[in-house]
Design a protein around this ligand. Structure first.
Ligand code: CA
Length: 397
């Protein structure tokens, strides 16, 4: 790091000239070179030539494994830290002590306190929802969702109720999924993972379990009204056959979009439709991290949905948001996705339910854990870089 950059980091703002077209990420060798996409544009979309310069303002640092965030109506942010803490951060970067009253989490491996969301009516209700890895005894755990009412002084979560408990629990520290997204009917989508191990992995196809699913629940618990009827299936299930969905957001058209961690060379973008099967672990792009094929190495099968888009090599998706703000005129309608392995902010342009272009920003600047759009149109990221930071991105003018 040169002295000038160090100084500007201390000052909190860094100007990064970003020329996405100069970063030919499509030149990277695929992990599964013999696989072919099911349709043109399903992977390696044309790189968007975007010469926009981003101003990166570090709002606050020192978060330990920050995972999720949501903005309160007054402009402050709720930020979760995986070891089990939730904090309030002001627009100026003042960070509160950890909010008291949250349930115990299992913070081993990929587990811990995960996503956090509020609704537009927070000012009236002060109600918060969060997901976490819940200890279930004997080394087992599973994804759970709780809700509570934040005290007027912001110090304590009260009336805490667990509204969802993934079944069955497993002795695994991986693949908790855990994004929370409200839809426009007031139902809450919960994404899960299949716990990674060979045995529970198969349960992504078992509709009597919550593993490897998109679930849609009532905000106070129980299945949401209007869910699909899946023969023999649990009434919370919206879609199944997923591996580990850590990125999800409502699109401009009101539909849920998800990005799931695939095997090596198989991260995928879906717009899960009610009652449908997204294939894991029967069909997938990519290969096992051991180098072996997943199952029979199939990428397509009757009755199983193709992803809208996939990445080989993977980006390792984290959070996701659709851009509909006022600051980045050319980003309207784009999907923004955080990358862990990719260490990038990924932008996809979409048309007619297909991906038409891809750009990447902040490449190599650290793992991006969540992405959101502030009320004023700034793009907010949580990153493991800068000692765990909440960062505000705006166009440089
Ligand atoms: Ca799939």
């Amino acid at each position: 790091m040169n002295a000038r950059l160090a100084l500007s980091l201390l000052a909190g703002a860094v100007l990064l000239p970003l020329n996405a077209s100069a970063q030919d990420f499509n030149a990277a060798a695929p992990n599964a070179p013999n696989q072919r996409p099911a349709f043109a544009g399903q992977t390696r979309a044309p790189i968007i030539a975007d010469t926009i310069a981003l101003k990166r303002n570090i709002i606050a640092t020192g978060f330990e494994h920050p995972w999720g965030m949501d903005q309160l109506p007054d402009g402050r942010w709720l930020v979760s830290e995986r070891p089990g803490r939730m904090r309030i951060v002001t627009a100026e970067g003042a960070v509160s002590p950890a909010i008291r009253g949250l349930p115990e989490v299992d913070a081993r491996g990929q587990g811990g306190l995960l996503d956090v969301v509020v609704r537009d009516d927070f000012s009236a209700t002060r109600r918060v929802w969060w997901s976490y890895a819940e200890p279930r005894g004997a080394g087992r755990n599973a994804t759970a969702v709780a809700t509570g009412v934040l005290s007027p002084d912001g110090t304590t979560m009260r009336e805490v109720e667990v509204i969802f408990r993934q079944q069955p629990a497993w002795a695994s520290t991986r693949h908790f999924g855990s994004r929370l997204v409200f839809d426009d009917k007031g139902a809450l989508f919960v994404t899960t993972g299949e716990r990674s191990l060979p045995e529970p992995r198969q349960l992504a196809q078992d509709v009597t379990t919550h593993l490897g699913k998109v679930l849609r629940i009532d905000p106070m618990g129980g299945p949401a009204a209007g869910n699909p009827k899946i023969a023999g299936g649990l009434p919370e299930i919206w879609s199944y056959g997923h591996r580990n969905i850590q990125a999800a957001a409502l699109g401009p058209e009101g539909a849920l979009w998800t990005v799931e961690h695939g095997p090596r060379g198989g991260d995928e973008l879906n717009r899960p439709e009610p009652g449908k099967n997204y294939g894991w672990p029967i069909i997938t792009y990519g290969e096992d991290y051991s180098g072996r094929a997943i199952g029979q190495g199939l990428t397509a099968h009757k009755g199983m949905e193709q992803p809208i888009y996939y990445w080989d090599p993977v980006i390792a998706p984290s959070g996701m948001a659709f851009y509909e703000g006022d600051m980045f005129e050319t980003w309207q309608g784009s999907a923004l996705i955080g990358g862990l392995a990719g260490q990038a902010l990924v932008r996809l342009t979409l048309a007619d339910g297909r991906v038409t272009g891809e750009a990447r920003y902040l490449q190599g600047k650290g793992r991006i854990r969540d992405v959101d759009v502030a009320a004023d149109g700034a793009v907010m990221i949580l990153t493991d870089a800068n000692n765990g930071a909440l960062v505000r991105l705006t166009p440089h003018r």
